[in-house]
Design a protein around this ligand. Structure first.
Ligand code: HEM
Length: 473
């Protein structure tokens, strides 16, 4: 065990994986699924709070479930780390909501939550927008016999977000839309791994901008920013005083109202980065969770049947499901909750950072030190769940078969930094999943291997590509 007590310049003082000059602990980190190492060998070997050195930068990994809940609830850990890589994405400033903190973040987060949860955009409610996307997808699936599930939910998810943010939906073959999908996809998959590499070794950006992928990553950021900037300019031309059509309109009106306020947080650059944040945090997470839902339906046909039976009894065949049905669909809720738990979409929260020097488990943690938090350890704690590796929606039902919320179901995080889109995400998961299952049954195509539940490595978990056979009910 390597102790880094004495390396005061690293601002950490706890135990963790060995640390080499220049490389830090990198050679000793697992190549994929670091959350599994955190909740297993690291927890056993180093304890619930672990020090890691990435290159020459220190970080803290919180691996023990109780410590995770404690850190997420503690006010002083509500900050985010600040570094050149993040600033490069954000016009070399601290902008948006994902990577900001302090009064700037409080103001922007409150504004965004208030207006994203505002069900009065334009003429349609959010519920209607989601149901429309679910209907388009259901009709498309009815036309097909066998479908490839990876990316199946990207279009409906992005369309819901885009409808709320910019008031429009896209046809699947729209060129702008395809470009948007391409850049989001790249940044989320290969782009995110490349960003970790260049954040640990920033020199690579200068000496090998092509090889390190830095140039390609920056190109995708620029394209996305350009796309959002163009849409904002179109909105400015159509802006009406008393008729906000979408989130962009509401933001632009606030920008106008604060045009003479010194240091107002409402600027065009902020709106662009906010859009990037909402897409980065919202699109993949919902779309991957829905893919996992289908995966578990084909692996557990008896669960699929029970979901459909409940939908038939409560919703019937003649109308669409709606949000008001939710309390009467406990098994549907329990199934979605169990998919979220077992295939934790964000095994690690976004990195937190203490706003001031503080202590954790007896260790000193300096202001600004990145704190990596394992949500996975809470969602898979054997003591709490008993059999965390078993897919069992019933664990969320009480003796009267009512849905019971479990405080350890923390897939959206906990505390002040918890997911900003939680309400919207829950609505999308519920409405899209129940709309599909009401109309269609999914099974493995004959001859296909049973797909694995092991997620592909990445910032968010995604299932490996698999196919389903679709049958109309
Ligand atoms: C199944 C879907 C989703 C899951 C599991 C999820 C999960 C999470 C988690 C774990 C965090 C980090 C919490 C932390 O740092 O402690 C987070 C943050 C965030 N999420 Fe989500 N999320 C989902 C959907 C969405 C959607 C649809 C949106 C956008 C509308 C969204 C927007 C955000 C934003 C902006 C943050 C950063 C909040 C902040 O730093 O203040 N998320 N989410």
């Amino acid at each position: 065990m390597f102790r880094i007590f004495d390396l005061d310049f690293l601002h950490v003082s706890c135990t963790g994986p060995p640390c080499l000059p220049f490389l830090g602990a990198l050679p000793f980190l697992p190549l994929k699924h670091i959350h599994l190492a955190m909740a297993g060998p690291w927890l056993r070997k180093y304890g619930p709070v672990v020090g890691i050195v990435m290159g020459s930068s220190p970080a803290i990994a919180v691996c023990g479930p109780r410590e995770v809940l404690q850190v997420l609830r503690r006010e002083e850990f509500v900050g985010r780390p600040d570094n050149v890589n993040i600033r490069e994405r954000n016009f070399n400033k601290r902008l948006g909501v994902l990577f900001t903190d302090g009064p700037f973040w409080v103001e922007q987060r409150h504004f965004t939550i208030r207006h994203l949860n505002d069900f009065g955009f334009g003429k349609k409610s959010v519920e209607e927008v989601i149901l429309e996307e679910a209907e388009v997808l259901t009709s498309e699936l009815k036309e097909q016999k066998v479908v490839q599930v990876s990316r199946l939910f990207s279009v409906p998810t992005i369309n819901v977000l885009w409808s709320m943010i910019a008031g429009t939906r896209y046809a699947h073959d729209d060129t702008d839309f395809k470009a948007l999908l391409h850049h989001l996809d790249f940044l989320f998959h290969s782009g995110s791994t490349l960003r970790i590499l260049t954040s640990v070794f920033p020199i690579l950006k200068k000496i090998a901008p092509e090889m390190s992928g830095h140039k390609k990553v920056m190109k995708s950021f620029n394209e996305l920013q350009g796309f959002f900037r163009n849409t904002i300019h179109e909105h400015k031309l159509m802006l009406e005083e008393n008729n906000p059509r979408d989130f962009m309109d509401v933001f632009l009106r606030q920008m106008e109202a604060e045009s003479s306020v010194e240091n107002s947080t409402f600027t065009e650059d902020e709106l662009i980065i906010l859009c990037m944040d909402l897409f980065s945090a919202g699109a993949e997470s919902v779309s991957n969770t829905l893919s996992f839902c289908l995966l578990y339906m084909v692996l557990y046909p008896q669960v699929q049947e029970a979901v459909q039976k409940e939908l038939d009894t409560v919703v019937g065949r003649s109308r669409k499901p709606c949000l008001d049905d939710r309390p009467r669909l406990p098994f549907v809720e329990a199934t979605i909750a169990e998919v979220c738990r077992i295939n934790t979409i964000a095994p690690l929260s976004l990195p937190h950072a203490p706003l001031e020097d503080t202590e954790l488990n007896g260790y000193t943690v300096k202001k600004g030190t990145p704190v990596i938090i394992s949500l996975w350890s809470v969602l898979h704690d054997p003591e709490h769940w008993g059999d965390p590796e078993v897919f069992k929606p019933e664990r969320f039902l009480d003796v009267n078969r009512k849905f019971v919320h479990d405080e350890w179901l923390v897939q959206f995080g906990v505390g002040k930094r918890a997911c900003l889109g939680e309400v919207l995400a829950r609505d999308m998961l519920f409405l899209i999943f129940s709309s599909l299952l009401k109309e269609l049954t999914f099974k493995l195509p004959e001859g296909d291997h049973e797909p694995s539940t092991e997620p592909l490595p990445g910032i968010t978990s995604a299932p490996a590509p698999f196919r389903v056979e679709v049958a109309q009910r």
